[in-house]
Design a protein around this ligand. Structure first.
Ligand code: ZN
Length: 395
């Protein structure tokens, strides 16, 4: 028992030391001791082990404060690689990233309506290809997918788009690849990506709204990703916003998702374009079966009044949803991600207007709403962040 406690303390200290070095480049051993409260000998012992493992390196000398100049430390960014997988898009996306979230190799595979076992085979396929490309030891594999995911046990409770129910994804993949596997909801992981690698780096509280084919949110509270009691925190896409609304993928009617997603925007754009000869999409809508997100963006940028109205409408609806979330949590930093964020200020400005009109000024005065700069890599980076936190204690 005593031995177990000692080992536990040791592992805890090592994670503490590594986390400090990761976030404070060019720090000395004495600096780590000062900032962590650990003794200098404990820090030295742990730093020696981290150097042996190749995770930390001595990178030169700092200025002397009278005595010997201190040796500076940093994390070796390429000491390990992480595989991050995004199952939330129209295609499965995967990448190898280093310890700082730099993407080193990527693979996208078309899903082509595969679900159930066929979709799972595609997951094996993409991971196989990435594992073959790894050229330094792999720290683990992180996966982001829409749905209710028990991130603790790695069980997908329900992912409608993939037709997976109660599927122990982490266990199945662990057995096959003999690597640590972590899986969580894509919107939750997007918030983690923003916190770890985005412009909101280490902002203690932030809320991310991901609007693409689906709509979901992720919340960082006190520097921790908040999963909720049943891992469903942020499932805002299925809040009913309309009586007698449209049928949603979840089986209910009038969900927020049916009025906010990229699917809604494309549908509405086509409908309006067919009725309006002025619309840049008019000819297009009449001839083509499907309007893509890119077509809508092009029309928006070309000044199509129909599309501009839709984006404004969606932005206002987003702002309305945010009034509840912001009033409940009082979080200043709001980040918008997902394909619908491509409309930028056109989406955000009406959202901010609605948000300011619908909340106490004390809550909305310091709001910062912006589009994530992580783009299409956001779920991959969040997945990598989850591995980084679980395996090395870096967060
Ligand atoms: Zn729904």
């Amino acid at each position: 028992m005593e031995k177990a406690t000692r080992q536990h303390t040791k592992a805890h200290n090592q994670r503490l030391v590594l986390n400090k070095i990761y976030h404070t480049p060019k720090i000395s051993r004495a600096g780590v001791a000062r900032m962590t409260g650990l003794t200098r000998s404990t820090v030295s012992e742990n730093v020696s082990e981290l150097i042996l493992e190749g995770l930390v390196a001595e990178i030169g000398h700092g200025k002397s404060a009278g005595g010997k100049p201190p040796i500076l430390l940093d994390v070796v960014d390429d000491a390990r690689q992480i595989i991050g997988i995004d199952l939330a898009s129209g295609e499965f996306r995967g990448a190898i990233v280093n310890l700082r979230g730099a993407i080193q190799h990527r693979i996208n595979l078309p899903v082509e309506n595969r679900s159930g076992e066929m979709a799972f085979e595609l997951v094996f396929n993409i991971i196989d290809q990435l594992v073959a490309k790894a050229d330094t030891p792999l720290l683990g594999i992180g996966i982001g997918t829409p749905g209710l995911i028990d991130a603790g046990s790695g069980v997908v409770q329900n992912a409608v788009n993939l037709d997976w129910q109660n599927l122990p994804v982490a266990d199945i993949l662990k057995e096959h690849y003999l690597l640590p596997i972590f899986i969580a909801n894509d919107s939750q992981l997007s918030a983690l990506a923003e916190y770890n690698f985005g412009e909101s780096h280490r902002v203690p509280n932030l809320m991310l709204i991901k609007i693409g084919r689906g709509v979901g949110a992720g919340v960082i509270l006190n520097q921790q990703l908040h999963y909720g009691d049943g891992f469903g925190a942020g499932e805002i896409g299925h809040i009913k916003v309309e009586e007698n609304g449209e049928l949603c993928r979840c089986g209910n009617y009038g969900c927020l998702e049916t009025r906010l997603s990229s699917r809604y925007i494309r549908w509405k754009a086509k409908e309006l374009a067919l009725k309006n000869n002025d619309s840049l999409l008019n000819q297009f809508a009449a001839t083509q079966k499907e309007i893509t997100n890119e077509d809508v963006l092009k029309a928006y940028q070309g000044g199509d009044p129909c599309v501009q109205n839709i984006v404004k409408e969606v932005g206002t609806r987003l702002g309305k949803a945010l009034t509840y979330l912001v009033s409940f949590l009082d979080i200043n930093r709001i980040v918008i991600a997902g394909s619908v964020s491509m409309f930028g200020d056109g989406l955000i400005n009406p959202a901010i207007q609605e948000l300011k009109a619908g909340t106490l000024s004390a809550l909305s005065n310091n709001l910062e709403v912006h589009v994530s700069s992580l783009g299409e890599d956001i779920v991959i980076l969040g997945s990598a962040g989850m591995v980084l936190q679980n395996e090395l204690g870096i967060f």
